[in-house]
Design a protein around this ligand. Structure first.
Ligand code: HEC
Length: 88
């Protein structure tokens, strides 16, 4: 019995799933370093339908992100919030 409980604890310690979400004010320090290869795949899968595979936008769909002042003026943490929650 005791050994089984220890086993569960050890497994939990090795997993990120049970960590509490970081506090919003701590977000900038918590932003992980991006992986451009993974990010490109995610962009193609989730964003390119409207923003285009080169992020230059599609008429009447997504904006050109390469020329976007909004995009260029935000930190990574702010952009993550924008993608997760939407704009103001
Ligand atoms: C269904 C179409 C669609 C998809 C899919 C989409 N977008 Fe957009 N996106 C838009 C439109 C339309 C706007 C312009 C909204 C506005 O001007 O109010 C926009 C605006 C933006 C902006 C703000 C640009 C600016 O200059 O204001 C960012 C950043 C952005 N999208 C990022 C993304 C990312 C990252 C993804 C993928 C996770 C994504 N979008 C997926 C349609 C889309």
């Amino acid at each position: 019995m005791r050994r089984a409980q220890e086993g569960r604890t050890a497994r939990r310690a090795g997993s990120n799933r049970h960590r509490p979400a970081p506090a919003p004010e701590a977000a900038p320090a918590e932003v992980p370093k991006g992986d451009p290869v993974v990010g490109k795949d995610a962009f193609i899968a989730y964003c390119s339908a409207c923003h285009g595979p080169d992020a230059k936008g599609r008429p009447n769909l997504g904006k050109d992100l390469t020329a976007s002042q909004f995009f260029g003026s935000k930190t990574d943490a702010e952009l993550i919030e924008y993608v997760k929650r939407g704009g103001p």
